[in-house]
Design a binder for this molecule. Structure first.
Ligand SMILES: C[S@@+](CC[C@H](N)C(=O)[O-])C[C@H]1O[C@@H](n2cnc3c(N)ncnc32)[C@H](O)[C@@H]1O
Length: 322
C-alpha cells in the first residue's frame, strides 16, 4: 500500500494520549490511519476507535488499512465540527481520549486537488469533493478586491494582502484564473521583489492557506469539534491536538483556556458570558514541537504544534475569577 500520509509527532502524541486497553477513543481526523492504527494496537480487542474524516478518500483508504481491527474501528465520513451530533448518532456519550491532527494530508496535497502551489492543477481546495461548497476557483474569481484583501489578511496573516488582491482582480479581468500555477504566479509577482524569497516559505504559502481555510470553513469546525470532544471526555481522559499554523494553534490554546476555567470575556463585562468552566487541566504548558531529525525526515512537520489537556474530576469544577 502506498504512503497516504506520513503522520507527525506520532510517538509524542500516543505517549500523551496514553490509550488504555478497552478504551473508547476518537480520531477526529483519520487521514491515512497511522495514528488510528497505533491507538487500536493499544486499546486491544475490547477497545473501540471512532474515526472521522470529511474526505471520502481518507475514509476509503483507512477502511482498507484498518480492516484487521474489524468492528473495533467505526469510520464515519463527516465534519468534526458536527462531532456532538456524530457521537449522539453512534450512542457514544463518553470518550477515554480524543485526537485532532488538523490540516491537510499528504494525499490531499499530492492528489492534484488544487491545494499545492508547487504544481499547476485546477484550483479546487475542497477537502471533500462531495460537499457543495464554493471552490478556490469560485472565490478567486468572484470575491471583490476588498473581500479578497480581507480574506488573505485575516486567514493568511499576509502583510501584502492588498497588493495580492489587486493583482488577482487585474489578472482575472482578461480571463478567469483557473489553476494553482496561475494563482501562485500572480502572488509571487505581487509581493515586492526584495521580500519575495526572504522567508523560508514560498511567497504564495499564506495566500493559499487563507483561501483553503475559507473554502473549507476550517476554523469554526476546530473550535466546535474540540469543545464537543472535551465535553465528552471522562475524568482523566486526554485530548491531543496537532495544529499547523498560528490561527489554528490560537483557537486550540483559547479553547483549552476556556475549558480550564479561565474566563475570556472583556474585563468590562459585569458577568461571564463566554461559557468558561473548569473541565480540563493543561498537560503541555508549552506545545510539543518536532525534533530536528523529524523535520529533516519530513519537512511538512516543521510548523506542527501538539497540545494536550486532561479532563479533571467534576468535583474540581469551577470558573476562575476574572
Ligand atoms: C493531517 S491529516 C490527518 C492524518 C492522520 N492523523 C494520519 O495518521 O494519517 C488531516 C485530515 O483531517 C481531515 N480534516 C480536516 N478538517 C476536517 C474536519 N473539519 N472534519 C473532518 N475531517 C477533517 C482532512 O481531510 C485530512 O484527511
Amino acid at each position: 500500500m502506498t504512503e497516504y500520509h506520513r503522520p507527525v509527532l506520532i510517538d509524542e502524541t500516543i505517549t500523551l494520549l496514553n490509550p488504555k486497553l478497552g478504551g473508547v477513543f476518537l480520531d477526529a481526523t483519520i487521514g491515512g490511519g497511522s495514528d488510528a492504527a497505533a491507538i487500536l494496537e493499544k486499546i486491544g480487542p475490547t477497545g473501540r476507535l471512532i474515526g472521522i474524516d470529511r474526505d471520502p478518500d481518507a475514509i476509503e483508504f483507512a477502511r482498507q488499512r484498518l480492516r484487521e481491527f474489524g468492528d473495533n474501528a467505526t469510520l464515519i465520513q463527516g465534519n468534526f465540527g458536527e462531532l456532538a451530533e456524530i457521537l449522539a448518532s453512534l450512542g457514544v456519550s463518553r470518550l477515554d481520549g480524543a485526537l485532532f491532527d488538523l490540516g491537510v494530508s499528504s494525499h490531499q496535497l499530492d492528489a492534484a486537488r488544487g491545494f499545492s502551489f508547487s504544481r499547476d492543477e485546477p484550483l479546487d481546495m475542497r477537502m471533500s469533493t462531495q460537499e457543495d461548497t464554493p471552490t478556490a476557483r469560485d472565490i478567486v474569481n468572484s470575491y471583490s478586491e476588498q473581500e479578497l484583501a480581507d480574506l488573505i489578511r485575516r486567514y493568511g496573516e499576509e502583510r501584502y494582502s492588498r497588493r495580492i488582491a489587486g493583482a488577482i482582480v487585474e489578472r482575472r479581468a482578461n480571463a478567469p484564473i483557473e489553476t494553482t500555477g496561475e494563482l501562485a504566479d500572480i502572488v509571487v509577482h505581487a509581493v515586492p521583489a526584495k521580500s519575495r524569497w526572504r522567508q523560508d516559505i514560498h511567497p504564495a504559502t499564506r495566500s493559499f492557506q487563507a483561501i483553503r481555510i475559507q473554502v473549507n470553513n476550517e476554523l469554526e469546525a476546530v473550535e466546535r469539534g474540540i469543545s464537543a470532544a472535551i465535553e465528552a471526555l471522562g475524568p482523566g481522559a486526554r485530548i491531543c491536538v496537532i495544529s499547523f499554523h498560528s490561527l489554528e494553534d490560537r483557537i486550540v490554546k483559547q479553547t483549552f483556556r476556556r475549558y480550564a476555567g479561565h474566563c475570556q470575556c472583556p474585563p468590562k463585562l459585569p458577568a461571564c458570558v463566554c461559557g468558561a468552566k473548569k473541565l480540563i487541566r493543561t498537560v503541555t504548558a508549552k506545545p510539543v514541537t518536532p525534533s530536528v531529525d523529524e523535520i529533516i525526515d519530513n519537512p511538512r512537520s516543521r510548523s506542527s504544534k501538539l497540545r494536550c489537556a486532561e479532563r479533571v474530576d467534576s468535583r474540581e469544577s469551577g470558573v476562575d475569577s476574572r
